[in-house]
Design a protein around this ligand. Structure first.
Ligand SMILES: [Zn+2]
Length: 437
């Protein structure tokens, strides 16, 4: 394979505190040379990708998505999901185990890994179930799942409802050094809920989901993490209350990490009025006040990472009446564009945003799968984006089978232009040319 020079971009690599103009050479799937300013590499048998005006950073890592295979291939497959992820700048994704059958045994994990190797175009890291069959009753064979290569455990879509079982799972995490990722929702309290509980849900006559449904389980999980010394990761934090609880737990030394999604960071429950079931997501879109708390959490590292919770559904499923339509939105392809709004509004530093999509999730993975940096010798997972390019979200352009997004019709500023996985270009915008030297 010919070497590729990514020439004349702004290289931002938060893991090495680097932000400077320069070029990168990729040879044999690895970063082989990095030069400042107008420097060029010594030999010249390489292709050139002109990155003028573009940001060059490590490939994005998303630790929370739903690729739907096996079992729900009408919604997404590993083939379509990884292509959508690549279009969003992601080179590594962690996929949730609420498939059919669920990822609670070695065979199903092996199936996902084999399918990803054969049909996927980026790195797919399976997450195993906490409980057998995701029923919340007994622990899955976590030892077998560790051997099969899962990166963590979760019953996502549902919480681990039983505190004793959660305690056991957290105890096990001390031995396997993998996080227990909980979807925090008190199901008795949220039952029947369709959106955030408040004036808007009342106006729409839709049953609400109060903040407390999340906060209660976050508080319980933090107490159990403190009790066991286990490794807890809180999925899709959506409330001000959760942020405060996690911040306090971190000051006490509890081993907790947390994620927020692009949608919870950028849009509110108002979207239910304009976008109907395309804004139906769990946890629900909340309020400006929650958004403010989440952004503050990103800035003070209470929230460690950003994860998409990409959760595609079919048009038929989402076309049902609100109360019957499933929760979940398609997130890969709009993630960067929507998050760049935070940067353009001055609410988040660009380097912080990139860190939360690269080095920080890589740290949660123990930097075992791609380093999350662009250091010489690293696997060449690289994302290249235009921070200023404006574009309109058109679901017809989505590579994902899931066309359900509350951002349909929005104008976003910031767009992924190319994604490179292990030195191969897995996504390239038509405006980006590759020239032979
Ligand atoms: Zn969830």
């Amino acid at each position: 394979m010919k070497s590729l020079l990514i020439q004349g971009g702004r290289i931002i690599d938060p893991g090495r505190k680097l932000d400077e103009a320069g070029s990168l050479l990729i040879t044999g799937g690895k970063i082989s040379w990095v030069g400042k300013g107008k420097e060029t590499p010594p030999k010249n048998d390489y292709d050139i990708l002109d990155a003028k005006g573009l940001i060059v950073c490590p490939g994005f890592i998303d630790l929370h998505c739903h690729l739907r295979q096996p079992g729900f291939e009408g919604r997404e497959t590993i083939a379509t999901g990884t292509r959508a992820a690549a279009r969003g700048g992601f080179t590594t994704v962690g996929c949730m185990p609420n498939t059919e059958p669920p990822l609670d045994n070695k065979d199903t994990v092996d199936y996902v890994k084999a399918t990803a190797a054969a049909e996927g175009i980026i790195r797919v890291l399976p997450i195993g179930c906490v409980s057998r069959g995701r029923t919340g009753e007994e622990l899955a064979d976590m030892g077998a799942l560790v051997k099969a290569g899962v990166i963590g455990f979760s019953d996502d879509g549902d919480p681990v409802p039983n505190s004793k079982l959660m305690r056991r799972a957290l105890e096990y995490s001390c031995f396997c050094h993998l996080p227990i990722i909980d979807h925090c929702e008190d199901k008795a309290l949220s039952k029947g809920g369709q959106m955030n509980e408040g004036e808007i849900s009342a106006g729409l006559l839709l049953p609400g989901i109060p903040d407390a449904a999340e906060d209660i389980i976050v508080a319980r999980d933090l107490a159990l993490a403190e009790l066991t010394g286990g490794r807890l990761h809180i999925a899709h934090v959506s409330t001000e209350g959760s942020v405060e609880l996690i911040r306090l737990a971190k000051t006490k030394g509890v081993r907790v990490t947390a994620e927020a999604t692009p949608h919870h960071l950028t849009i509110t429950e108002e979207r239910v009025k304009s976008h109907g079931t395309d804004a139906k997501v769990n946890p629900p879109l909340r309020t400006e006040r929650d958004i403010k708390a989440l952004i503050q959490g990103l800035n003070d590292d209470t929230i460690d990472i950003i994860a998409t919770d990409h959760a595609p559904h079919t048009q038929a499923e989402k076309s049902q009446p609100f109360e019957r339509a499933p929760f979940g939105i398609s997130g890969f392809e709009t993630a960067l564009g929507s998050l760049m709004g935070l940067v353009h509004r001055g609410e988040l530093e660009l380097a912080t945003l990139i860190a939360k999509l690269t080095i920080e999730p890589s740290k949660i993975l123990g930097q075992k799968y791609g380093p999350g940096t662009l250091a010489i010798g690293s696997t060449a997972d690289v994302t290249i984006f235009d921070p200023e390019l404006e574009w309109t979200v058109n679901i017809k352009d989505f590579v994902s089978k899931g066309k359900n997004t509350p951002l349909a019709g929005d104008k976003l500023k910031g767009r992924v232009m190319a994604t490179i996985y292990r030195g191969n270009i897995v996504y390239r915008d038509e405006a980006v040319e590759i020239k032979g030297s």
